[in-house]
Design a protein around this ligand. Structure first.
Ligand code: ZN
Length: 297
């Protein structure tokens, strides 16, 4: 089971969020059949959304949207307050050659554009206030640096964000995935800030650590070194979509009577695929008849 932890350094000088997301990212990759570089981009975005979601308390659903002009065309990842995450890319088959250093060219597949963070709350109690939307230009395309830039510019929180996905050619394709987010608090002791920045900048690759058996606690400890660290929260991270056959039926019904009648006449049924998780819902003729007979149309 993937895990995320959240703790404070030196009584609150910095907040550290660390997660191992190997199973979560593997589930996303398996469901969407993404190409290797696209898998890396999607996995980093999903992991970043889980970490960022753990750092905000004022939302039901947090969405990270990467609107970009690179071959992947766009990435969306969502995290709920419970720690469920889901995500997809617009072009799962997009691929680019490896970068000069032999690594996935995530920057190349993302390109330029805008990085959005959308926080919504009030759904459960029917309030549905306007979502809070923050956005910054994509400055890197490597995703981790874009999360850090968003936190600095839009939330005024100086941060370091490391996100990594390690892949292999056979299933399970994702052998290691995880992330680390360090947020400096206002008025943090310069000494503490310097120490964390130094440790993080010299940190070995997260995915090598995870591949070697490191869990979320180990990643956090690696970042804080000798500094005092107190864990405040531990939670599971799971790829979980909120789609269902019932929701698929509601969406079909919302298309209107004429559309449902034509689906029935032309296809004797309907097929709906959830964009977020690629689950396929098949509605047979009886199901469409039931929608037409119901009062939802
Ligand atoms: Zn779904």
């Amino acid at each position: 089971m993937d895990k995320l932890i959240h703790g404070i350094v030196e009584g609150g000088a910095a907040r550290v969020y660390a997660a191992v997301t190997t199973e979560t990212v593997n589930e996303a990759v398996r469901r969407h059949g993404t190409s290797p570089t696209t898998s890396a981009a999607l996995g980093r975005t999903i992991t970043g959304a889980a970490l960022l979601g753990a750092s905000f308390k004022d939302f039901d659903r947090l969405t990270v949207k990467v609107e970009c002009d690179g071959p992947v065309e766009g990435i969306t990842a969502e995290a709920t307050v419970e720690g469920f995450v889901r995500g997809y890319v617009k072009n799962p088959n997009a691929e680019v050659p490896a970068a000069a250093n032999g690594k996935f060219d995530v920057r190349g597949i993302v390109g330029k554009g805008t990085f959005y963070v959308i926080r919504e709350s009030g759904f459960d109690i029917g309030l549905r206030p306007d979502p809070y939307v923050g956005s910054v230009p994509i400055i890197s395309g490597e995703i981790g640096e874009d999360f850090a830039y968003y936190l600095a510019k839009s939330e005024q929180i100086p941060s370091a964000v490391l996100l990594g996905v390690l892949l292999q050619n056979t299933e399970p394709f994702v052998t290691a995935a995880g992330g680390l987010m360090v947020q400096m608090m206002p008025g943090a002791n310069e000494h503490v800030v310097t120490m964390i920045e130094d440790t993080v900048s010299r940190a070995p690759h997260l995915t090598s650590l995870i591949n070697g058996g490191a869990d979320a606690n180990d990643l956090a400890k690696m970042a804080v070194g000798e500094l005092d660290f107190e864990i405040l929260e531990e939670r599971a991270v799971v790829f979980k979509c909120n789609c269902s056959l019932e929701r698929a039926k509601t969406m079909i019904a919302a298309l209107g009577r004429e559309e449902v009648e034509s689906m029935l006449a032309e296809n004797n049924g309907a097929v709906m695929t959830c964009g977020f998780c690629n689950e396929i819902y098949q509605l047979n003729a009886d199901a469409l008849e039931a929608i037409l007979a119901g009062d939802t149309v």
